[in-house]
Design a protein around this ligand. Structure first.
Ligand code: NDP
Length: 310
């Protein structure tokens, strides 16, 4: 295993990670940034971004991340395509092991983000990649002219339902309650769309399909209160029920909350261990926006700078 020493190690490559590394590089801290194997984070699977300030017209998520990466490289960040497998935060310098490199750092910024959540059904697992997906923007194209269902009631579900109207013949949004938590403006678009039907108060009981060819043919829904079942014919099912923070490597070494998010001191990015900071969706389940993640990345870099000076 090779050894790489640095003042600050940044783990993750979403808006929080890149902003932290850009600020740290400009502060002369020569940061090393381990990007993970899904470089760019959640914005890589987003289409239009209309709320990131500075752009009059909609920009594309992957384009924004490419620009952040280019900016990081431009200011001298050392980007490493690796995945941290284990950490030792018990003493300084901190140690983080990748696939074949051990990183030794005086300070660490964790910006590993969050990942899509699944329903947890066996049938969902069976048909993942064969009609079941957690990313409409990645896989929507495969459902041209087909009937698809979106599960969930947040911004992601509504955004994906609207996006899928570009491909699918019909979109059914299935939500477990009778009220969406998506923004009102998105809800208005959803309710007014001729290609979208909403089914309230139902949960997915089972995803149905065939083995040859392996593909989805429908799903069984259950009414949340009455338990009455109904069957729907479907060609594709998109799960859009939120995310889990990517903290499995850190949870035994840092304080996390009951959902696994890293706990930071209020108003800072400082974790329970002095010198270890956390920024973006890995610690923030309230705002979860590209711009707030970027803001926290900036905070983390400024706090690291102060920490190293002290
Ligand atoms: P959310 O946590 O906001 O919503 C998850 C949805 O899935 C909820 O409606 C929830 O139901 C439902 N759900 C959760 N678990 C289950 C389950 N096991 N079975 C059935 N339904 C379930 O996640 P999102 O991914 O939608 O959004 C995350 C964050 O990102 C939010 O802050 C959102 O505003 C933001 N976002 C912003 C966008 C934008 O600005 N363009 C686009 C996408 C996301 P219930 O309501 O009953 O809890």
């Amino acid at each position: 295993m090779s050894l790489k020493k640095c003042k600050v190690l940044i783990i993750g490559s979403g808006p929080a990670g890149y902003t932290a590394s850009i600020y740290a590089a400009r502060a002369g801290l020569n940061p090393v940034q381990v990007t993970g194997f899904e470089q760019g984070g959640q914005l890589m699977v987003t289409t239009d971004v209309e709320n990131y300030p500075g752009f009059r017209q909609a920009i594309q998520g992957p384009w924004l991340m490419e620009e952040m990466k280019a900016q990081a490289e431009h200011v001298g960040v050392e980007l490493v395509y690796d995945m941290i497998q284990s950490v030792d935060f018990s003493k300084r310098p901190f140690k983080c092991k990748g696939e074949s490199t051990e990183y030794v750092a005086d300070a660490v910024i964790i910006a590993t983000g969050a990942k899509a959540r699944w329903l947890g059904l066996d049938s969902e697992k069976k048909f993942q990649g064969f009609g079941v997906s957690a990313c409409a923007t990645c896989d929507g194209f495969f459902f041209k002219g087909k009937r698809i269902a979106i599960i969930g009631g947040g911004n992601t579900a509504v955004e994906e339902a609207l996006y899928m109207t570009n491909h699918a013949s019909h979109v059914t949004l299935i939500h477990r309650r009778n009220k969406l938590r998506a923004e009102q403006v998105m809800q208005d678009k959803l309710f007014n769309h001729p290609k979208i039907t909403v089914i309230w108060d139902h949960v997915v009981d089972e995803i149905l399909g065939t083995d040859a060819p392996k593909s989805v043919t429908g799903l069984t829904l259950k009414h949340r209160e009455t338990g009455v079942q109904q069957h729907l014919d479907m060609d594709g099912i998109f799960i859009a029920i939120g995310h889990d923070p990517a903290t499995s490597v850190f949870k035994d070494h840092l304080e996390t909350d009951h959902e696994g998010y890293i706990v930071v001191r209020p108003g800072t990015t400082q974790t329970a261990i002095e010198g270890v900071f956390a920024a973006g969706d890995v610690q923030d389940k309230v705002y979860r926006q590209a711009v707030t993640a970027a803001g926290q990345g900036c905070m983390a870099a400024l706090e690291v700078e102060k920490f190293l000076q002290e």
